[in-house]
Design a protein around this ligand. Structure first.
Ligand SMILES: NC(=O)c1ccc[n+]([C@@H]2O[C@H](COP(=O)([O-])OP(=O)(O)OC[C@H]3O[C@@H](n4cnc5c(N)ncnc54)[C@H](O)[C@@H]3O)[C@@H](O)[C@H]2O)c1
Length: 355
């Protein structure tokens, strides 16, 4: 499979996984082309995630905007002669979707629809265009004690977040089928690593340990998630772009299941060593709180298809990945402070005030 990948439009490239993808292509994956990063800079996006990690020779362009602005997307596709859209932009936090689902439908469903429409117009004009949609394993619902999600698993989304992602997955497939738009799709398990917004489980627990704050555990702490280092996810997407046929979907996961409570104990041990804290004092911070409504019990991905057919492997084992992550948060208190306070928005004022 060869598709042109010299001019990429990355959506949501200032967020956690999108910025990891852009850093990966420029720094590790030998990418010699250009990236336009379209990001609305919600609370979760920070353009500083890319400072020092992208070339300053004109091959990287940041555009502050909404994927739902179809005219803007159409203009970017034409002006930058975009051949491939790598679509990360989303509202991504399940808890927020429970208390305010509207934004999730707006960005995840209608925003994806706008992107697809812009791509369809380009395709109809005879220009090469491919769209890769980054999705989640949460669209498959919840597992019991055994079994895994594979590419054939029936969709069964249960939160407003996963329902909005499921809707966007279906739209992407519908555009491939109906309009012969070139698309690929990936459903990935939980990611962890540097630059993860501090509301998500792993960074929240690391930072609360460091601040001596309670470590909130939903319900009985026995819910299971399958954790993957974010750089491994970025590399899986790059492989899919380069090797996968159109209208295919790929499950990506770490073969790394952890009960939330066990994960927290692991994190506590690593923080204690790396930050020189007393492990017994940290354990005392564990606080059981009322369960999240509709909390899925277990997610686990069968990644054998992408391993077998595209040769992908998760390179990071959890032991080293989690140490790297804890060290990153210890070394970057300024980033944490800026994200929590929204101070990075001053970057936007400085760089975009005149536009
Ligand atoms: N984090 C995970 O564990 C995980 C796992 C599987 C799949 N995913 C999917 O991967 C993608 C990226 O997740 P993430 O964790 O990096 O999310 P994130 O919340 O860290 O980043 C999302 C980015 O999208 C931007 N954005 C939001 N709405 C936008 C809009 N309307 N227009 C343009 N930009 C907008 C935000 O500013 C932010 O930079 C999402 O589609 C998510 O569903 C995430």
């Amino acid at each position: 499979m060869t598709r042109p990948l010299d001019h990429l439009l990355v959506t949501g490239g200032a967020g956690f996984i999108g910025s990891a993808f852009i850093r990966a292509v420029f720094r590790r994956l030998g990418f010699a082309g250009r990236v336009v990063n379209l990001d609305k800079l919600t609370y979760a996006g920070n353009p500083a995630n890319l400072i020092g990690h992208v070339p300053d020779d004109g091959r990287y362009t940041f555009v502050h905007g909404d994927i739902g602005d179809q005219a803007l997307v159409e203009r970017l596709l034409a002006e930058h002669d975009i051949q491939c859209v790598v679509h990360f932009a989303a509202e991504s936090h399940v808890d927020r979707s429970i208390y305010g689902p509207k934004e999730f439908l707006q960005t995840n469903v209608m925003g994806t629809f706008s992107l697809l429409e812009a791509c369809r117009a380009r395709h109809a004009a005879g220009k090469p265009i491919h769209l890769h949609h980054v999705s989640t394993d949460e669209v498959f619902g919840s597992l019991g004690d055994d079994g895994f999600f594979d590419e054939e698993t029936r969709y069964d989304p249960r939160s407003p977040y996963s329902a909005s992602k499921a809707a966007s997955d279906h739209l992407v497939r519908a555009y491939a089928h109906t309009y012969h738009l070139s698309t690929t799709l990936s459903n990935c398990s939980n990611n962890y690593g540097p630059y993860h917004f501090p509301e998500k489980l792993i960074p929240l627990m690391i930072l609360n340990c460091l601040d001596g704050k309670p470590l909130p555990v939903y319900g009985d702490g026995q819910n299971i998630r399958d954790w993957l280092y974010v750089d491994d996810h970025a590399e899986a997407i790059w492989l899919i772009l380069n090797k996968a046929a159109s209208d295919t979907s790929w499950n990506v996961g770490g073969r790394n299941e952890w009960k939330n409570l066990d994960l927290l104990h692991k994190l506590i041990e690593v923080v204690a060593v790396e930050a020189g804290r007393d492990v017994r004092e940290l354990r005392k911070l564990i606080t059981f709180v009322k369960d999240r409504p509709g909390h899925d019990r277990r997610y686990a991905i069968d990644a054998s298809r992408i391993e077998r057919e595209l040769g992908w492997r998760a390179r990071h084992d959890f032991g080293s990945g989690i140490v790297e992550t804890v060290r990153w948060y210890l070394q970057n208190p300024r980033w944490v402070q800026d994200m929590k306070s929204g101070a990075y928005k001053s970057w936007l004022d400085t760089n975009y005030a005149a536009r």
